[in-house]
Ligand binder design. Structure first.
Ligand code: APR
Length: 231
């Protein structure tokens, strides 16, 4: 049975009230990436970085999944083959919408990581500078998110899924950050049909067999209905 691999980005959570990064007024227009999303920025000013992620963690915890998140969970429940969701997002809205086995390649706001011993645990709402690691007790807790210059998580698993994909969809991503922006090429190499569902053309739009433009809460449920109806 056909395997579906889906890559999502900030656009799928936009209608849940979580800002995107590169849209007008997006997160990166208010916070320079090098200050809040790099290891160097964290070393330079840990209070600024912990504060940035504390605010995003509280906001994400308050957000509700939208019809697009729920539609992908419905696809997972009703599609006879495997449906794998790989997300660049650090919110937990796919899970809140009922999705299973979501692969967070950029980590999660809900997770804490010890920079010294690698221990992971559920992040407190407000992570303090010098928060001690519960395992090694050193003051080296950080958000378990992937910063620029760091390796995204679960890449081997993701490439395995792409190698077996019959359908690849990119939803709500601008296609400007690698390695995620190259996943469509892996899917094409695997012989998959590819579709982009986005508010506007992404940087990689020309690579896709099909593109559907519109807000995710409209185009994603319609796309899922189409897939499930065609069976
Ligand atoms: N419905 C569908 N798409 C939308 C919506 C919406 N309601 N609102 C915005 N979009 C689209 C935008 O057109 C844009 O193409 O979502 C995309 C968001 O792009 P970015 O802000 O660049 O977010 P993303 O692609 O997820 O960024 C990738 O970059 O900054 C890093 O680690 C961060 O995971 C992030 C990565």
């Amino acid at each position: 049975m056909e395997k579906i691999v889906i890559l999502t980005g900030a656009g799928i959570s936009a209608e849940s009230g979580l800002g995107t990064f590169r849209d007008e007024g997006g997160l990166w227009s208010r916070h320079p990436i090098e200050d809040v999303a790099t290891p160097e920025g964290f070393a330079r000013d840990p209070a600024l970085v912990q504060g940035f992620y504390n605010a995003r963690r509280v906001q994400a915890a308050r957000a509700q999944p939208n019809a697009a998140h729920r539609a992908l969970a419905r696809l997972q429940r009703n599609w006879p083959g495997e449906v794998v969701i790989v997300t660049q997002n650090v919110d937990s809205l796919h899970e809140a919408g009922g999705a299973q086995g979501v692969i967070h390649m950029h980590g999660t706001l809900a997770g804490a990581l010890c920079a010294a011993c690698g221990h992971r645990w559920p992040a407190p709402d407000e992570m303090a500078v010098g928060e001690p690691c519960p395992a090694c007790t050193r003051p080296t807790a950080r958000p378990d998110v992937v910063w620029f210059g760091e390796m995204p998580y679960h890449m081997d698993e993701i490439y395995d899924h792409l190698a077996g994909a019959s359908i690849f969809a990119a939803i709500g991503t601008s296609g400007q950050v690698y390695p995620a922006a190259a996943f469509v090429h892996e899917a094409i190499a695997a012989g998959a049909r590819t579709v982009e569902l986005n508010l506007e053309p992404s940087a990689g739009v020309s690579s896709f067999d099909e593109t559907v433009f519109g807000p995710a809460t409209q185009v994603v449920p319609a796309w899922v209905d189409g897939l499930l109806g065609q069976r």
